[in-house]
Design a protein around this ligand. Structure first.
Ligand SMILES: [Fe+2]
Ligand SMILES: [Fe+2]
Length: 184
């Protein structure tokens, strides 16, 4: 990935808190939805998660690591191909997909208020209301960095997805309610 980031520690956090999401059938289905350039929604979501966790660890931020991982994985859980016209149903995707992602995520997973806010506000400043938690700001920032990387250098962060997924399958997913504050 990048020499800036401690890869094993980052991937361990993703597998620990996001294993059930990564292996969920609907999330697996996002591999079939193209996102930026040649990157799938799945690979993008994992890359955003990777960067969020890496930044939190590197900067020693006081974050709820479980909420950060889960919100980052689910921030684009809108579950359709936004490039397809589909009768105009996905017009203004940029504005409306956070709400759609939140609705789908709520249906499939139990979300905390931090996770909900981070998913709903990740498109700030395109959508006008900013996140109100540190985790939300991290998702918002990492999302933009990854989008640029994926468009400019497609192979750069895409490598995170298979690594994280492989580890997620090995690590037993953590049951809900274990949201503990993380302090590196
Ligand atoms: Fe998004
Ligand atoms: Fe995104």
């Amino acid at each position: 990935m990048t020499p800036l980031l401690p890869r094993a520690r980052v991937v361990k956090q993703i597998a620990r808190y996001g294993g059930d999401i990564l292996t969920h059938a609907a999330m697996q289905g996002t591999k079939n939805f193209p996102h930026h350039g040649q990157t799938s929604v799945f690979a993008h979501s994992v890359a955003v998660t990777y960067l969020c966790v890496a930044l939190a660890l590197r900067l020693r931020l006081h974050v709820n690591m479980r909420a950060l991982v889960r919100a980052a994985l689910l921030h684009d859980y809108f579950l359709y191909d936004w490039h397809a016209f589909d009768g105009g149903e996905h017009r203004l995707h940029g504005f409306f997909h956070p709400g759609r992602a939140l609705k789908n995520a709520r249906a499939d997973f139990a979300l905390s208020p931090i996770e909900e806010n981070a998913i709903l506000r990740h498109m700030f400043p395109l959508t006008l209301i900013p996140p109100r938690c540190r985790e939300g700001w991290l998702v918002c920032l990492a999302d933009k960095i990854c989008a640029v990387c994926e468009l400019a250098a497609p192979a750069y962060l895409r490598l995170a997805a298979p690594v994280a997924e492989r580890l997620a399958r090995k690590a037993p997913p953590q049951a809900g309610g274990a949201s503990s504050s993380f302090h590196a």
